[in-house]
Design a protein around this ligand. Structure first.
Ligand code: PLP
Length: 457
C-alpha cells in the first residue's frame, strides 16, 4: 500500500490518544474506505446526513483512563480528574466522564445543568467563570456545587449569600501564576495580563479578607496556564508555585486541602505536532507537587486537574460533503463543503490547523491535488484549510476532518441560520445519536413577531 497520507498510519499510541491525529479505532478497509468505531463513515452519512460530528467511545474512554491510571501511578495522595466541559458539553459527555470517575468543570448554568442531568455527582462539579450571574451563583449554591472564586465580586456575593443563609460555604480561589505558555495568544490565560483570576501579588490581601469573613472557608487553589501546550516545564513550575501559595495561605489560617492545576495538555492536530503523553503530563505535575510539598513539609493536597481538549478532541471527527469547485488559474482551487465556520469556528478565530482525508480514498492513492477548502458561510475568511492535499475528488464526495471533538460543537453557532449537525457515537460497529440535528424550523423557535406587526401583514 502506498501510504501518502502518513498520519493515517501513525496511530502509535492507543493509551494516549492525544498523541494521534485519528481516533484509535480508525481503519481503512480493503476497498480503501474509512471506518471509525467499526462503522463505515459512508454508511453513517447515508443514514444521518452531513455535516456530521462523530465521537469514538473507545478513544474517549482511553483518554479518561490514561489520566486516572497515571494519577494512581504518580501521585501518592488523593486525586480527582475533572473534565473541562467547555471542550464539548452534552448530557452524553457528562454521563461518560462520570462513568469513568471524573468530576466536571462548568462555567455557566447551562453547563451545570447539563452536568447534573448527565449524572455527574454535585460534589464532583466545580463552577468557574469571571462574571457569574446572580442566577448562576444561586443555582450552584442551591445544588451544593463548589464555586471557584475568580475575583472580589464573586467573593462579596458569596459572603452575602452565606450570611443570609447563615451557613458555611467552601470555596477555591483561582489565581494567575504568571507563567507564559507558547501557545496562541488568544488561548493563553495563565500570564498576569488575564481576565481570569486574582493576580498572584494580591493574594495576601485576599487571604486576609477571607479570614475575616464569617462563613467562607477557603479549602482550595486553582490555576490554569493555557491550552494546547506542548512543553512540560510550565506545569512543572506551576506545581511549585501552587505549593508556595499553599504555605502563604496557611500563614493566614487557611487549611488548603485541594490543588487544581487546570488543563492545557496539547493534542496532535497535524503531523508537525508532538505533544507529551497524558502519562508524561501527569507525571510532571505530580512530581513537582510532591517534591515541593516534601520540601515544605506539607501534607499532600487532593490533586485535581481539568483536561478538556486532551479528553475529547482526538475522539471527534467532522464529515463534510463536497459541493462546488472554483478554479482560479494560477492562484488556487476552492472546494466548498456543506459546513464551515458555524460548526468549526476555530480556523477563522485562531487560524487553527487540522488534518483531513477523503472518506472513500483516505490514503490519497491517485494524486496530489491541493485545495482551499471553504465553508458555505457568507464570510471570505470561512476557510477550513488553506492548502489541503487530497486525492481526486468530485461533488458529492466526503471529507473527514480529524481532531474536531473539542471546541467545535461547543463553540458552534447558527451563523447564516445554518442548523447544527448531529453527533453520532460509534463503538464496536454500533452507531447511536447523542445529539440530534437541528432543522431550519428549530431556529425559528425563539423568534417572536409582536402582535401589531402580525395585524399589519
Ligand atoms: C479553567 C480552565 N480549565 C480547564 C480548561 C481546559 O483546557 P484544555 O481544553 O486545554 O485542557 C480551560 C480551557 O480554557 C480552562 O479555562
Amino acid at each position: 500500500m502506498n501510504l501518502k497520507t502518513s498520519f493515517l498510519k501513525n496511530r502509535i499510541d492507543a493509551d494516549s490518544p492525544n498523541k494521534n491525529i485519528v481516533p484509535v479505532t480508525t481503519l481503512i478497509d480493503n476497498a480503501n474506505k474509512l471506518s471509525i468505531g467499526g462503522c463505515s463513515i459512508e454508511d453513517l452519512v447515508l443514514k444521518y446526513d452531513s455535516p456530521l460530528y462523530i465521537l469514538d467511545e473507545i478513544t474517549l474512554r482511553n483518554s479518561c483512563r490514561a489520566y486516572k491510571k497515571a494519577l494512581v501511578k504518580y501521585y501518592p495522595g488523593e486525586s480527582l480528574p475533572i473534565y473541562a466541559s467547555k471542550a464539548n458539553s452534552s448530557i452524553f459527555m457528562s454521563n461518560l466522564v462520570a462513568s469513568e470517575g471524573f468530576g466536571l468543570d462548568a462555567v455557566s448554568e447551562g453547563e451545570l445543568l447539563t452536568a447534573l442531568k448527565g449524572g455527574v455527582p454535585n460534589d464532583k462539579i466545580v463552577f468557574h467563570g469571571n462574571n457569574k450571574s446572580d442566577k448562576e451563583m444561586e443555582f450552584a449554591i442551591k445544588n451544593n456545587i463548589k464555586v471557584i472564586v475568580d475575583n472580589d465580586h464573586d467573593l462579596k456575593r458569596l459572603e452575602e449569600i452565606s450570611n443570609s443563609f447563615n451557613r458555611d460555604i467552601e470555596i477555591m480561589i483561582r489565581f494567575t501564576p504568571g507563567i507564559e505558555c507558547h501557545t496562541h495568544e488568544y488561548i493563553k490565560t495563565g500570564s498576569l495580563d488575564s481576565k481570569f483570576g486574582f493576580g498572584i501579588e494580591s493574594l495576601s490581601k485576599l487571604f486576609e479578607a477571607i479570614r475575616k469573613t464569617k462563613h467562607i472557608k477557603l479549602i482550595g487553589l486553582h490555576a490554569h496556564i493555557g491550552s494546547q501546550i506542548f512543553e512540560l516545564d510550565p506545569h512543572n513550575d506551576l506545581g511549585e508555585i501552587m505549593v508556595n501559595v499553599i504555605s502563604q495561605a496557611e500563614k493566614f489560617g487557611h487549611n488548603i486541602i485541594e490543588l487544581n492545576v487546570g488543563g492545557g495538555l496539547g493534542i496532535k492536530y497535524t503531523e508537525e505536532d508532538d505533544p507529551p503523553s497524558i502519562e508524561e503530563w501527569i507525571k510532571t505535575v505530580s512530581s513537582s507537587i510532591v517534591k515541593a510539598c516534601n520540601k515544605k513539609n506539607l501534607n499532600l493536597p487532593i490533586l485535581m486537574c481539568e483536561p478538556g481538549r486532551s479528553i475529547v478532541s482526538t475522539a471527534g471527527v467532522t464529515i463534510y460533503k463536497i459541493g462546488s469547485f472554483k478554479e482560479i488559474p494560477g492562484i488556487r482551487t476552492y472546494l466548498s463543503v456543506d459546513g464551515g465556520m458555524s460548526d468549526n469556528p476555530r480556523p477563522i478565530t485562531y487560524q487553527s490547523n487540522y488534518s483531513a482525508c477523503l472518506v472513500n480514498n483516505p490514503l490519497n492513492n491517485n494524486s496530489k491535488n491541493k485545495y482551499t477548502v471553504a465553508g458555505k458561510h457568507c464570510e471570505s475568511g470561512d476557510v477550513l484549510f488553506k492548502e489541503l492535499e487530497l486525492g481526486d475528488c468530485k461533488t458529492g464526495d466526503l471529507i473527514c476532518v480529524f481532531g474536531t471533538g473539542a471546541y467545535n460543537n461547543s463553540m458552534s453557532s447558527n451563523y447564516n441560520r445554518i442548523p447544527k449537525p448531529s453527533t453520532i457515537l460509534v463503538c464496536n460497529g454500533e452507531a447511536e445519536i447523542i445529539q440530534r440535528r437541528e432543522s431550519p424550523h428549530d431556529l425559528l423557535r425563539y423568534d417572536v413577531l409582536p402582535d401589531r406587526f402580525i395585524k399589519q401583514s
